[in-house]
Design a protein around this ligand. Sequence first.
Ligand code: ARG
Length: 634
Amino acid sequence: MSTVPPSFPLPAEPSIPDEHVTSTPALDLFKLAAAEFIVAQIPEVSLDKAFEGVESGKTGKNVSGDFTVAIPRFRLKAKPNEVAEQLVAAFQPTAYLASIKANGAFVYINVQTTALYKLVLAQINTQTYLTPDESHSVVDAFEQLSLKDADLPPAGLSLLKKNGYGTNKSGDGKKIIVEFSSPNIAKPFHAGHLRSTIIGAFLANLYEANGYKVLRMNYLGDWGKQFGILAVGFERYGSEAELEKDAITHLYDVYVKINRDGESDESIHDRAREFFVKMEAGDEQAVGLWKKFRDLSIVKYKETYARLNIYFDLYSGESQVSGESQAKALEQLQGTGIVEESEGALVVDLKKYKLEKTVVRKKDGTSVYITRDIGGAVERYNKFHFDKMVYVVASQQDLHLAQFFKVLDLMGYPWAKTLQHVNFGMVQGMSTRKGTAVFLEQILDESKRVMHEVMQKNEAKYNAIEDPEYTSDKLGITAVKVQDMAGKRINNYEFKWERMTSFEGDTGPYLQYAHVRLSSVERKNAPEIVLPPPSDRATAIDVSLLQEPKAREILLLLSEYPNVVRSALKSLEPSTICTFAFRLCHAISSAWEVLLVRGQPREVALARLWLYVSAKDVLGSAMRLLTLEPLERM
Ligand code: ARG
């Protein structure tokens, strides 16, 4: 974040936040107070620069503070050490700032703890979630999109309301398309697709939390010669009943069998090519069969996505790019001088840009992957006028994406600059424990089974769970997703059952466990200790009773959350949010012994309970942002 929040007048006494405060993270008000203090002493520094210079949470050798300011960054004529001393000498405590220390060229500032509690907890308190009805309008993000195309978000998915704690308006209604998942019909949903699905769904949420209008698009691999193969195979091995039951598994079985036959029987490939030519020519029968395969596959995909808490506004796909826009693109391309003919095929030479050469039209005139992407991007722009479009695709396709982005740029489309490839590394060894999986569902089922076994080990707790099937499924999915999002996107990782399903270490089950435990504090202390309604808490609860360093540590973490959401938008790394969630969980799990609620004087118990409930809300928000469904019990 580089700019000062819209000039927010500092009140003499921080009072309970009004509507301004909900859009300016409470922590920023304190940073602003520090920045104003600096500017008052060193007028050469602009308020913007000063605000940027107030960093939270850094520690020096023997000193630490809530904020650190490195004086050299202001590039002043005076010696930094002297400026630091000057600041210390001039300091007077205010309603926001409590104390200051200098250490060499650095100053460390501590905020007024009680004021921070009041403002931060009150902001978290106003957090609300969209009702299913309201989520509907989120789905209809782009007016041009008719709702019949769109999925409703799954019932279990509660999106954070705009203006909620941890959201901001930096995207200010800008439209973005996030294309992700994009599996190939009839081929396995492999680890690359799983990563695209998990990371893409997170990014869509992240853009939404930062104020963007998001269109979630699935670009299916639903066109090509493989459908010819499938058609020939279906004639031989197909079953209507199996297709209805589970199109994805059945089509895959058929595909495997017919490919085996095809190894010794070239005529299968000839017939497949013929079928695909018919498809491209719009032959009714061929297109009819293809459409049936596609529609039934989508039905099945939707089930799996819903299980993952993921949905799409639009199921597009390679088949949806019209021949016309591809032809038009090729025509336009020929005017750019980068196209050449090579043995009947059309080739684009991008060597000048270190992007090699690539075929854009085959010898037999059939379309290719990259040309569909070029035509597809133009169609998407014409239809949606996006401000930005993100493609979430494995790094194996780095070259492909760079090539077609470049081609669009050379074609003169100004919006080509707004296209972004968000890539990621590979997953090694994604299979069931017996080493047999091909399908995502098998992985999810197995993960569920493992979690179920773990839960059963504690009989008393297990018996208290209302729906162990549901709970173990959600736990299993959390394990898979968090393993995927905990590291930097670009890194490869090894799929490890033991580690990802453990409740110890930075894992998905660990996050869920922390959330469950936070949920149980409220339950366990009722009916003796019950929080007043949200709007009364700030006045009814004495937060000055929360003086323990542990409580303060949790408070500071909570105060940082809105800025973490902002910074994640820069890195586009889910790990930014994961790391925050883990830090919060670590702080909480070491607090239980120190910050008891039970058996405490009523006022102390209430203050601590409010802190725990706030921690639960923020952890829950971070988890939802990561597409996880926070559990209340396990
Ligand atoms: N279906 C492709 C594959 O599985 C991924 C599509 C990526 N998106 C794109 N616009 N090319 O390899």
